[in-house]
Design a protein around this ligand. Sequence first.
Ligand SMILES: [Zn+2]
Length: 146
Amino acid sequence: MARHHHHHHLSHDELVDRLRAFHGHLGPFAILGYRAGRLAVRELDAPTHFGVDATVHCPPQPPPSCFADGVQYSTGCTFGKRNIEVVPSDEVSLTLVVRDSGAALTIVPRREVIACFGPWMEEADDETAALRVLDMSDEELFEERA
Ligand SMILES: [Zn+2]
């Protein structure tokens, strides 16, 4: 079981370095996707990388599409393995499905949080905005799940 949770012991600094290396820069949408994926994996007690499928809804261009890279990072669902699909949408969400059980969960970021990202990036920079997202709780970031 522990192998499913290999990101959880990372310090913020390590996480930020690894996600920046993976994605090329750090912004609020990449962190939001990371957090959505991590939450879905935890709540479903889902495996990562294999045996799990992710569907991401997001606008089809950066910065909002950066959400999909954060999801790839925390779920291990990647384009090369064909277990992530990105559906262009005005809304942002992640649905994670465990193949064996069929258990599924949809994580929806709060609109009012996403609405802050533009102003936060303008006030400071992308990375500062990203760190603000990283410091927020799951309850602050995401809608209640049914
Ligand atoms: Zn980005």
